[in-house]
Design a protein around this ligand. Structure first.
Ligand code: SF4
Length: 84
């Protein structure tokens, strides 16, 4: 199993918990949280809610545990991911 894509639903409260758990994937901004373009196939820094871009290369395997920890740490449960 690997995580195929990650996105942020509406409602982020910019608490920084996800970035503390997994800074490779999550970057908290003034208003929300981005999934870093550096780990995405489309290279875009955004919430990835509209783009639904897959993770690139081996990131979904290498960062699986950290992404799951970040998702579990989100107090409003807006970090979503797919696995395959
Ligand atoms: S943990 Fe959740 S609420 Fe906090 S910054 Fe990340 S996405 Fe936003």
């Amino acid at each position: 199993m690997a995580i195929t894509k990650v996105w942020i639903e509406e409602g982020c409260i910019v608490c920084n918990a996800c970035e503390a758990e997994c800074p490779e994937v999550f970057h908290v901004t003034d208003t929300s949280c981005n999934v870093n373009g550096a780990v995405r196939e489309d290279g875009v820094d955004s919430e990835n809610r509209d783009e639904q871009s897959p993770l690139s290369g081996s990131n979904g395997t290498d960062l699986e545990a950290a992404i799951e920890a970040a998702s579990a740490s989100c107090p409003v449960e807006v970090i979503k991911f797919d696995k395959a």
